[in-house]
Design a protein around this ligand. Structure first.
Ligand SMILES: C[S@@+](CC[C@H](N)C(=O)[O-])C[C@H]1O[C@@H](n2cnc3c(N)ncnc32)[C@H](O)[C@@H]1O
Length: 469
């Protein structure tokens, strides 16, 4: 039985429509909530409209470019990380599912997500092979799901025109239909291809609204894939924040978010009334963790993608089965820099409200970049030191520490490592090997044990590089 999202009935037709249509049409104009982004113009209505693709393609807006940059960089990094360091390996198998694929091409020959995925895999394969003696082949199966007939026709045509005709029906499966039903066939294919489990599947779910890929559906998919599935889910934040300002409407649409079992609506509405918070903070800090909890994924990041100088953006929730994947997504956020934004603060428990934190974090968001990176390091130096002193007097391995704390900060693994090294050198923490031995001063490995410090390290002697034999 296909998964039925509970409240799709409440959704206006997500596709290509003004988000205010439908739900607000019964309200007089004066009572309709003000849009967060007043700049929404008539040409926004043409976004993702491939109905006349043979004569006119839709435009690709700045914020969509930023979203696709994140997707491209993440896939390239993901493959590079997983394929580095195993010289004997000769193939790497992966499944990429683009659940809301669109028509593939925008005005000016700009590529949409299906082509971004195809190209990212090729780039990563070439990158990985640059340093290998034994070549590695990436065997990737792609599923492109598209519900709209015109968009699917455009995608099919563009794939054939651009050299992928021979792969359609082989490594590329184009599914005409809704993701909510198509996913079952995809899972069956994956299970058949990987009969002993061990499949790596990444779903890119770039829906038009926010209710076509709800977290109970993600959990159902994940459970059928041995809890190894990974999801990059895009939610139309403009809609959510608009609805948050209109209680009556928000009460109607709330069940469609799929988080009401763990997050009472009253809590969200109360936060939405707080003038110290932008609705994006409310969404990130409350709906984000609830989304993760319901999905059952152990690692997540809830940041926004916003093109520089644009108010428009996406809420890109990343749900991953492994910390390494979460950190790789954070690497991308830091690299893309001011295209990515976090509503909250820079310390530990980045989503909680702290009266002493920079208030702009709750109102306008913090852009990933050099000054925020240095604030993250400073705040974490203080917060992690206190945390280790208060909670880990018996010691915790570096691996467990990273697993336990990564979801609670804007930091990637590397920033946390640098903070811990700073703390070791300041004597705030002691780090030694699993079996004890000398304290470390300038490095840390996964099995190392971290404890509160017993004294300041006065002299930091860098290790001498190992002599080559
Ligand atoms: C935001 S656009 C996708 C853009 C595309 N990912 C890209 O980056 O170029 C969403 C697409 O999903 C399609 N769509 C809407 N509801 C869908 C559903 N339930 N299942 C699959 N596709 C759907 C729309 O027709 C539209 O083409």
């Amino acid at each position: 039985m296909a998964f039925q999202p509970s409240a799709s009935l409440l959704m206006p037709d997500a596709k290509k429509t003004n988000p205010d249509a439908g739900l607000f049409s019964e309200l007089p104009e004066s009572k309709r909530p003000k849009r967060v982004d007043e700049s929404r113009s008539a040409d926004d209505e043409q976004l993702f409209d491939w109905s006349s693709w043979q004569s006119k393609l839709p435009p690709l807006k700045k914020h969509s470019v930023a979203k696709l940059d994140v997707l491209r960089s993440y896939i390239e990094d993901y493959i590079t990380i997983l394929c580095t360091g195993n010289p004997g390996q000769d193939r790497f198998r992966l499944t990429l599912v683009d659940g809301f694929a669109g028509g593939g091409i925008y005005e000016g020959d700009s590529f949409g997500s299906p082509f971004v995925l195809l190209q990212a895999v090729k780039v990563a394969e070439a990158r990985v092979n640059q340093t290998r003696t034994k070549p590695l082949t990436i065997e990737c199966n792609y599923y492109f799901v598209e519900a709209d007939e015109a968009a699917a026709n455009c995608l099919d045509y563009q794939l054939r025109q651009r050299g992928y005709a021979h792969e359609i029906g082989k490594s590329i499966t184009l599914i005409r239909g809704k993701f909510e039903t198509a996913y079952e066939r995809i899972i069956a294919d994956v299970q058949q291809r990987h009969s002993r489990g061990g499949s790596r599947v990444i779903f890119f779910l770039d829906q038009c609204g926010y209710s076509d890929a709800p977290p109970p559906l993600l959990r159902a998919i994940s459970e059928k894939l041995n809890l190894k599935a990974e999801f990059i889910v895009n939610l139309a934040i403009d809609w959510l924040t608009t609805y948050l300002r209109d209680e009556k409407t928000f009460r109607k649409i709330y069940p469609s978010l799929g988080v009401d079992a763990v997050l009472p609506i009253e809590k969200v509405l109360a936060a939405a009334k707080n003038e110290a918070f932008d609705p994006q903070y409310v969404v990130e800090s409350l709906i984000g963790p609830a989304f993760q909890q319901v999905s059952g994924s152990p690692f997540f990041s809830p940041f926004y993608i916003q093109a520089p100088k644009s108010n428009r953006g996406y809420w890109l929730v990343h749900l991953a089965p492994a910390r390494r994947a979460r950190s790789a997504m954070l690497d991308v956020h830091w690299r893309v820099g001011n295209g990515c934004r976090h509503f909250g603060h820079t310390g530990l428990d980045m989503l909680s409200f702290k009266s002493d934190a920079n208030p702009s974090g709750y109102l306008t968001g913090l852009e990933f970049g050099e000054s925020i990176r240095s604030s993250v390091k400073d705040k974490l130096t203080h917060d992690l030191s206190r945390e280790i002193r208060d909670k880990h007097s018996a010691g915790i391995s570096y691996r467990e520490f990273q697993d336990a704390y990564c979801n609670r900060t804007m930091a990637n693994d590397e920033i946390v490592r640098q903070v811990l090294i700073r703390l070791m050198q300041e004597g705030e923490i002691d780090v030694s090997g699993k079996q004890g031995g000398a304290k470390r001063v300038d490095s840390i490995v996964p099995d190392d044990i971290i404890k509160p410090g017993t004294g300041r390290v006065l002299l930091v002697v860098p290790r001498s590089p190992k002599k080559r034999k």
